[in-house]
Design a protein around this ligand. Structure first.
Ligand code: GLA
Length: 394
């Protein structure tokens, strides 16, 4: 545990004692956020993704109670104060704010026959900027599942923690997300990206020993909210296009098609917009397969080129970028030593991910930062990414 984490743990225990009397027997847990290197908007289309867990995420100090009460507090939303609920009353509501995430996970556990007989007190702290596309919500879901397993002795694997998190986000919180974020958080492995086939959840770890290069996440500070954004609309456009394609080809998802098969059959999709959406899903999946291959062969330049193509497709065909993000990416492309750069995550704001040669890291931050400030009067944040492990007890 690094010095930073020791401080976070102390802070959470102090807060817990201040709010709930004492911190006897309280345990502290962590679950990471994620950044996706390539394979965007493929995870609900039966395609492949290539994310990795970050070393930033969400922490919780938690302890079981003797009664059925639930008490939640977030040091990120101090103005909200302690929020109360009850294990017998797990319903989503607007007033419940961020606590809808842990409550949704508790609800999803109960649907699987894992009922909390007793309540709990929980204080959380997160160091992922909210709405930045680095999966603060998935990390909170996985964290909740992980601590419930520990405190209540529920028998679930980490893959199931990811599935429960996704289920609760879909059915309790109203975002029809795929499995990528929760999977990356629950299954993260230090210094590795996860090559996941979302059609059957088979996966493989890929060591990311990037010789002479760094992964840099740039936060546009344009916040997205996937519940209100066009995320769900994209998902239904793809589902509709899939139905049209299924009248002529025998497939379960858009991820089953090669580019050639798509081109040969795309005319059955009756609408131009839907055709563009499906095209992105098919091409992005194939790009992801190639990118992972390129990485295995140590062909970083090819990996970067595929990242750039991914951005163009997300911008033009899938239309989930925005002006600010496009500027960050286009400015990055201009810097010598940038191997690749693209939007990452759900889109409509959030972050970009760039692969940058060591010697160009300083120049990259300077030039991209200055151009962005000049254009939008916003100070972008840069993080040199460290790839971390999945959830753990501190
Ligand atoms: C969000 C969703 C994921 C995935 C990405 C886009 O992060 O939660 O399931 O669909 O968008 O790749």
């Amino acid at each position: 545990m690094g010095e930073g984490e020791t401080k976070i743990k102390e802070m959470l225990l102090d807060k817990f004692a201040e709010l709930f009397g004492d911190a006897d027997g309280v345990k502290v847990y962590f679950a990471p956020g994620r950044v996706n290197l390539i394979g965007e908007h493929t995870d609900y289309n039966g395609g492949h993704v290539f994310p990795c867990a970050l070393t930033i995420g969400t922490y919780a100090a938690a302890r079981k109670r003797a009664d059925k009460k639930l008490r939640f507090y977030s040091t990120n939303f101090e103005e909200i104060g302690v929020m109360e609920s009850d294990v017998e009353d797990l319903k989503a509501s607007k007033e419940a704010g961020w606590t809808n995430y842990p409550k949704g996970v508790m609800w999803a556990f109960s649907l699987r026959g894992m009922q909390m007989e007793k309540g709990l007190d929980m204080v959380i702290y997160g160091n992922i900027p909210n709405g930045s596309g680095l999966s603060s919500s998935a990390s909170l879901e996985v964290l909740t599942g992980y601590l419930l397993r520990d405190l209540y002795g529920f028998s679930v694997t980490n893959v199931e923690l990811a599935q429960i998190g996704q289920y609760s986000e879909n059915n309790f919180n109203g975002c029809n997300c795929g499995i990528m974020d929760q999977f990356a958080s629950a299954m993260g492995k230090k210094d590795n990206a996860i090559f996941l086939n979302t059609a059957d959840l088979s996966y493989e770890y890929a060591p990311l020993a990037l010789e002479g290069a760094k992964i840099i996440v740039t936060n546009s500070k344009v916040k997205h909210n996937l519940v209100d954004s066009k995320y769900n609309e994209r998902r239904s456009e793809c589902e509709q296009a899939l139905k049209e394609l299924q009248t002529v080809v025998n497939i379960d998802g858009l991820g089953d098609l090669t580019e050639e098969q798509f081109e040969a059959n795309q005319s059955v999709i009756a609408d131009d917009i839907r055709r563009k959406r499906a095209k992105h899903a098919v091409y992005e999946n194939q790009r992801t397969l190639r990118a992972v291959e390129a990485l295995k062969n140590n062909e970083l330049a090819l990996f970067g080129k595929l990242m750039n193509e991914s951005h163009i497709s997300l911008r033009d065909d899938y239309e989930v970028s925005c002006e600010e993000i496009d500027v960050l990416v286009e400015e990055a492309w201009k810097v010598e030593g940038v191997i690749g750069s693209r939007i990452t995550g759900g889109g409509f704001g959030g972050c970009t991910v760039s692969l940058v040669k060591d010697e160009a890291v300083a120049e990259f931050q300077e030039k991209v930062g200055a151009a962005y400030r000049e254009r939008f009067d916003i100070q972008a944040d840069f993080y040199v990414v460290e790839i971390g492990d999945g959830p753990r007890t501190l």
